[in-house]
Design a protein around this ligand. Structure first.
Ligand code: A2R
Length: 313
């Protein structure tokens, strides 16, 4: 029996490539000189797309594949996939939740500590020989601080578990109260921003959370406040953040994600109160392989007529 077709949108982990090879006829979209021609040619047999959280799958792509049944996404965030189109056309979407919680949470804590204790700045201080002339200036501290979680799902809880160990007081903002949680819930983000020292952003991207962190929220956070974003660049109004940092309306930021990745605004590159990371939350061999395996397991389940493991609802 011939294998159904699968469009791979961009390069994925070798584990995905090897895992799906026995299951699908794989068409590598990004390698095609003429992508439109490739799609037109393979459309009659294509049932699946394999993609990642950054490239996603827009309606424009899915529309060209009328027999599409499943989109397997490597990543937990599916904001780059047109879920509305998928739903109305009975296309299953799978993502890779949970397996990345711990690595993303580690990076969240690292960025928080790096911003507050100025770790990369200290590294530069040593390398540039400044320590030979004078000790590094004192920094802010994590002591007696309150951490405001913006989003309190799977990754948020992994971050909170770590933050507990640092003695931080934890509160959270989500749309829904979680009655089983011991922490104070703020239905209004602006009120939480007023009461906390650090905002930790870990909500999904997309239209509903676009610029959730705006000038008003940053103003409410205040001049001794820090913000850490390990969610999506779209959640933070980047020009407003830059302005707040420039004007001392907040103290600093730790950022793993940006509005226009991999481009980072020149203004941020020049700031000493900002710690930058190139979207590396889940970027370890261990976790990326686990994510890749979950992409394969979902596509395999569909191929064998079983329920997929991690559908996006
Ligand atoms: O609002 P709720 O009760 O649905 O709580 C979710 C919260 N959330 C929001 N909070 C405030 N305003 C919103 N518009 C909003 N939309 C969602 O974000 C929940 O507490 C949290 C999401 O949790 P999970 O679905 O478990 O996602 P997970 O695995 O923690 O990953 C979060 C995001 C991904 O979508 C990627 O973009 C990124 O982290 O790596």
């Amino acid at each position: 029996m011939s294998k159904p077709g699968l469009v791979m949108v961009g390069p994925l982990m070798p584990r995905v490539v090897e895992g799906i090879a026995p299951l699908f006829e794989v068409h590598r979209l990004w390698e095609a000189a003429d992508q439109e021609a490739l799609l037109a040619k393979v459309a009659p047999t294509v049932r699946a797309i394999a993609t990642d959280g950054t490239r996603g799958a827009g309606a424009d792509l899915m529309r060209k594949l009328p027999h599409l049944a499943i989109v397997g996404c490597q990543g937990v965030g599916v904001d780059a996939i047109d879920l509305g189109y998928a739903r109305t056309h009975d296309v299953i979407v799978t993502n890779t939740p949970d397996v990345l919680n711990d690595d993303v949470a580690d990076i969240a804590i690292v960025l928080m500590l790096s911003a507050i204790r100025r770790i990369p700045q200290g590294d530069r201080y040593v390398r540039e020989g400044k320590w030979l002339k004078a000790p590094m200036p004192l920094t802010d501290t994590l002591r007696n601080r309150t951490l405001g979680m913006v989003g309190f799902g799977r990754i948020g809880k992994a971050i909170a578990k770590r933050a507990e160990a640092f003695g931080l007081k934890i509160v959270y903002h989500t749309r829904t109260l979680q009655i089983d949680q011991p922490y104070v819930h703020y239905p209004r983000l602006i009120e939480m921003a007023r009461d906390v020292d650090i905002l930790m952003v870990i909500v999904p991207g997309g239209a509903a959370t676009r610029h959730l962190i705006n000038a008003h929220v940053l103003e409410a956070l205040g001049p001794s406040g820090y913000i850490v974003n390990v969610a999506r660049g779209s959640v933070v109004d980047e020009p407003a953040l830059i302005k707040a940092l420039q004007e001392g309306k907040i103290a600093g930021a730790g950022l793993d994600v940006f509005e226009n990745e991999p481009s980072v605004p020149e203004a941020l590159l020049g700031m000493d109160n900002v710690v930058l990371a190139p979207h590396v939350g889940s970027a370890t061999h261990h976790t990326r392989n686990a994510m890749a395996q979950l992409v394969v397991d979902n596509l395999k389940a569909w191929r064998e007529g079983r329920p997929v493991l991690t559908p996006v609802k």
